[in-house]
Design a binder for this molecule. Structure first.
Ligand code: CP
Length: 312
């Protein structure tokens, strides 16, 4: 693949190859000396048009640990603020010969559009409510390490599915790896046409969590609700917030996941989120660096296999 824009184009064996490489980078990240040279000589530019803590920091660390020249643009201070379009900004950077462009954008499809305009490899770091492929890959690595496999598991994805690119990428990946995916949400927070994705749907947490191996919670994404229905947080927590009582319906060894940033007391009980016997939220963050190292390493191998494009 030239780019990583979504989970959809990835075959199961390609997902396994990436996760196997990421496992090796987890081991490297736990050593005092964390450097490798896979991206040496390459230039990585991070463009985040939407807020981020985990994704931006981990892409920057991943690039630096692999020896790339990494530049994180401050989009708040960029000429976008003076009216320059996304494509003009991308073409300007393109003229500086980056090799990897990591992009987050609030509009679904914006990153795909940009990838058609530039010569370098583009990685989608989250576009609107469309896809967040490296999040699904880091979640898959976390699940595989906790459960010893990534197939024939029951995974409950709970909460604001309608506005979630994390849910969409996870549904695609988990379904492709032959897991049973259950969506648990109020009807107002489920996207239209979700039945076509090969998932089970319920509006009841206790029913949805029954015998689950993995419980994946999502944040209420008020910034994408366009002034539409915003449930009362108190009522939402009562019905859909994960606490010990609801989790008791899942398997005894079920793991609790959350992509972050989390709202404690809205979609998850804070004590449960911190319970290292159940919650793998911090492991997810660690896997994020390793998966992004693996993704950029594999894209760089493709880049190096292509002849250098010379501008005349
Ligand atoms: N999970 C995730 O994408 O977090 P950030 O928004 O902090 O990058």
């Amino acid at each position: 693949h030239r780019h990583l824009l979504g989970i959809d184009p990835l075959r199961p064996d390609e997902i396994v190859t990436l996760l196997d490489l990421a496992d090796r980078y987890v081991a490297l990240g736990r050593q005092r000396e964390k450097h490798a040279t896979s991206l040496a000589g390459l230039t990585q530019v991070n463009m985040f048009f939407e807020n981020s803590t985990r994704t931006q920091a981990s892409f920057e660390l991943a690039g630096k640990r692999l020896g790339a020249d990494v530049m994180s643009m401050s989009m708040q201070a960029s000429s976008i603020k003076k009216g320059e379009t996304l494509i003009d900004t991308a073409m300007t950077l393109n003229a500086m010969h980056p090799d990897l462009l990591v992009v987050r954008h609030p509009q679904s499809g914006a990153v795909d559009l940009l990838a058609q305009k530039v010569r370098c490899a583009v990685i989608n770091a989250g576009d609107g409510r469309h896809e967040h492929p490296t999040q699904a890959l880091l979640d898959a690595l976390t699940i595989r390490r906790a459960k010893g496999r990534l197939h024939r598991l029951t995974v409950a994805i709970c909460g604001d599915i309608a506005h979630s690119r994390v849910a969409r990428s996870n549904i695609l990946l988990l379904h492709r790896m032959e897991n049973r995916v259950r969506l648990v949400a109020p009807p107002t927070l489920l996207p239209a046409g979700i039945d076509g994705f090969g998932v089970e749907v319920t509006h009841d947490m206790r029913e949805g969590l029954k015998d689950a191996d993995v419980v994946m919670m999502l944040r209420l994404q008020k910034e994408r609700m366009d002034g539409g229905f915003i449930p009362s947080e108190r009522e939402y927590y009562h019905r859909y917030g994960l606490d010990a009582e609801k989790l008791a319906h899942a398997k005894e060894d079920a793991i609790v996941m959350h992509p972050g940033p989390m709202n404690r007391g809205v979609e998850i009980d804070g004590t449960l989120a911190d319970d290292i016997n159940r919650s793998v939220i911090q492991e997810q963050v660690e896997m994020g660096v390793a998966v992004r190292m693996a993704a950029m390493d594999l894209l760089a191998r493709n880049l190096r296999a292509r002849p250098t494009e010379v501008i005349t």
